[in-house]
Design a protein around this ligand. Structure first.
Ligand code: ADP
Ligand code: MG
Length: 248
């Protein structure tokens, strides 16, 4: 169990109880380098809780979360961010009054000292990173625009960009296309595929058309456990999965 692996993320026997209720129940999950994994499952299955445990927002009751073979369960959230775990929450948390450029700029990692951040100068390194990220998220033409004026989808991309500024090796997104237009969904699918060219990505999503487009592998969760895992075709035809979805 304690052996070293090639997985970016290895979750083993993970359990979390809320007042005796196991929201995550002895769960195992392995994610490869540069893999784009989609997690699906009915409401209350424990999907968001699983991401909370991986990023350190919630503490595990039992089990192990290894990121690049290092145990994460003992580390606080900020230390996991520094190791390379990025997490996008459902509600975007951009600075509406700042420009797109400034939103990306303030997300450049520069240590946690307040003084360091205050005297921080916008160097060429940072500008280069901002440009690269803005290009990747399709907002290069909008660097000067106030973030509050962006469309809903563009705000979501900006938040993804703010995470990319930290160059995470694992990026986790919870229902990223909720509220997006059809076109924005298409562009987001392309964006996520691009992003996973050189990092691992975990996406929670309901929209099956979207899942089909992006997933390398799909994990189906139910009642805090994994019900099925594999290709989209495989899990869609799995009788246990069909039953859970029809039962709802
Ligand atoms: P999903 O994202 O798959 O819809 P969640 O992870 O949000 O599911 O929730 C899984 C279960 O855990 C739900 O029954 C939810 O009510 C419960 N739960 C989640 N967080 C807490 C918490 N902080 N305290 C108590 N119960 C929680
Ligand atoms: Mg959820």
């Amino acid at each position: 169990m304690s052996s070293s692996t090639d997985f970016v993320l290895a979750v083993e026997d993970l359990t979390v109880s809320f007042d005796g209720f196991k929201a995550i129940d002895s769960l195992n999950l392995y994610v490869d380098k540069n893999e784009l994994r989609v997690i699906i499952g009915p409401n209350g299955a424990g999907k968001t809780t699983l991401l909370d445990l991986i990023c350190g927002k919630t503490r595990a009751s039992e089990g192990s979360i290894k990121f690049k073979n290092e145990e994460m369960t003992v580390l606080p959230e900020f230390a996991r961010v520094r190791r390379g775990i990025g997490r996008k929450f459902q509600t975007p948390s951009i600075y509406e009054n700042l420009s797109v450029f400034q939103n990306l700029e303030v997300s450049f990692p520069r240590g946690r000292s307040v003084v360091g951040a205050m005297f921080f100068k916008c160097t060429d390194d940072v500008k280069e990173r901002v440009d690269g990220v803005a290009r990747e998220i399709g907002l290069i033409e909008m660097l000067g625009m106030e973030a509050g004026l962006l469309s809903h989808g563009q705000k979501q991309w900006l938040e993804i960009g703010m995470l990319l500024m930290q160059e995470p090796e694992l990026l986790m997104l919870d229902e990223p296309i909720a509220g997006m237009s059809v076109r924005e969904r298409e562009l987001t699918a392309e964006l996520l595929k691009r992003i996973s060219n050189n990092r691992s990505v975990i996406v929670i999503e309901h929209d099956m058309e979207f899942v089909k487009k992006i997933a390398h592998k799909v994990t189906v969760m139910h009642q805090g456990k994994i019900l099925a895992e594999g290709s989209m075709d495989k899990v869609q035809n799995d009788p246990a999965v069909i039953e859970v979805y029809l039962g709802h």
